[in-house]
Write a protein of this length. Structure first.
Length: 339
């Protein structure tokens, strides 16, 4: 079987996982990596002997990839995604699809015009805990969903040291979109109205002008209401880089999921660690877990022609909610989502 030619744009934290996935997938051939940072590219070239580029159009012209992963920082997905689509290349975009509704809608129109498949890496859909929740919610004896709660929070090291671009994002765009998408996926319903509040102070006091915390109430068309809470100022001593929980009340059942307690704990004199061994684990330089599964599944969907689990419309809906959350914070009023 002929392998599909894959390329990656963005060689940072998550781009490195895409690189590893394509290198270890016997259905794909990694032909190029593009990034604006020459130091990152030097590291990629030294470790993997892969052709590297600082210019996306040059990489497309020389390598002619069948699929491109867009793993650039959140606010900078639109430009490389647009370039790939205009060159008739299927793309897998790290969440969010883009950080504005307008950009998402433009990408969707372009993809339709060029007959290009667009996938969005909402990897929480692949989490075994999420799969179990969905299966339980689909049972007839579970009854109608009444309300739900989701939290997802990061340690402060993430916006301060991991993400030099965090001032151009927020907890809603970096973390909230995961939650918004996961709720939509689990309950198969759309948001009709959003009310949100946000607070600043900790990060702005460090010269990073963005929200510390965002809390939103989402109303869905079938009647359920959900509270979503996101922050990225947890203490760095927290055992994991992030924390998350989900509670769901239905007419007949009460469902709970705790992404912090994954059954593995490490203790030392300086810190307790609770690694999420189901997310991404490296063994013999090969990555495994639900953080890698979407990348391999997208390659499979290109080969088979089957539908990918999270598409451009899913990306648009999550961004629309994030946009509405920000609008509500600014205006202090509920925001209706028109379709």
């Amino acid at each position: 079987m002929k392998r599909i030619k894959a390329a990656v744009v963005g060689a940072g934290i998550y781009g490195s996982h895409h690189i590893n996935a394509y290198l270890n997938n016997d259905k794909t051939e990694l032909v190029g990596v593009c990034d604006l940072d020459p130091e990152k590219l030097d590291m990629v070239k030294k470790e993997y002997s892969i052709n590297t580029y600082t210019d996306l159009e040059e990489m497309i012209k020389k390598e002619k990839p069948d699929v491109i992963s867009i793993a650039t920082p959140d606010p900078y997905h639109f430009v490389p995604a647009k370039a790939a689509i205009e060159n008739n290349i299927d793309i897998l975009v790290e969440k969010p699809l883009a950080t504005s509704r307008k950009e998402c809608e433009e990408l969707i129109k372009l993809a339709e015009a060029h007959n290009v498949k667009v996938g969005v890496d909402f990897h929480k859909r692949w989490d075994p805990a999420s799969i179990n929740l969905k299966l339980e919610l689909e049972k007839e004896d579970t009854g109608k969903i009444v309300r739900g709660y989701v939290s997802m929070d990061d340690i402060i090291d993430v916006p301060v040291n991991w993400l030099p671009w965090s001032k151009n994002s927020s907890p809603a765009y970096f973390l909230g979109v995961h939650c918004y998408d996961l709720i939509r996926y689990l309950i198969e319903d759309e948001v009709t109205e959003v009310y949100a509040v946000g607070s600043k102070g900790v990060l702005s006091g460090m010269g990073i002008d963005t929200y510390d915390n965002v809390q939103a109430i989402l109303k869905f068309s079938k009647g359920s209401t959900w509270t979503v809470e996101n922050s990225w100022i947890l203490p760095d001593k927290f055992p994991k880089s992030n924390d998350g929980r989900m509670f769901i009340v239905t007419e007949k059942k009460y469902l709970r999921s705790d992404s912090q307690n994954r059954g593995v704990e490490f203790f030392s004199d300086t810190k307790t660690q609770t690694p999420n061994s189901y997310f991404i684990t490296y063994r013999n330089n090969k990555a495994f877990g639900f953080g890698i599964d979407p990348i391999n599944d997208f390659a499979d969907s290109i080969i088979s022609g089957e539908k990918f689990m999270a598409n451009a419309v899913d990306g648009l809906e999550a961004t629309k909610i994030a946009d509405a959350v920000h609008e509500s914070i600014i205006t202090g009023k509920p925001v209706k989502l028109e379709r």
